[in-house]
Ligand binder design. Structure first.
Ligand SMILES: [Zn+2]
Length: 83
């Protein structure tokens, strides 16, 4: 009987080791991507255009009544011109 108990204990120990290894193998790929440095999106490297810049070189700033600034893009004047 003691021999059977020893065999069962050995089998159980091997089973526990196998399940532990399987659990470790399952969790390893989940932790691996975290160690990788984050890849910046390609559009983040390009300088962002002025949010109010219009494609025709005008400031393009919108006034409150929906008119567009007619000064050049990035004008030095603090005020916008909607004429
Ligand atoms: Zn303007």
């Amino acid at each position: 009987m003691s021999k059977m108990d020893a065999l069962r204990a050995m089998r159980e120990a091997r089973y526990a080791e196998a399940t532990e290894r399987a659990a470790r193998a399952k969790t390893t790929p989940q932790t691996a991507p975290r160690s990788r440095p984050p890849v910046a999106p390609p559009e983040a490297a390009a300088p962002a255009p002025e949010p109010a810049a219009a494609p025709d070189g005008r400031c393009g700033h919108r006034s409150m009544n929906g008119r567009t600034c007619t000064r050049e893009s990035g004008h030095a004047a603090k005020s916008h011109r909607y004429s």
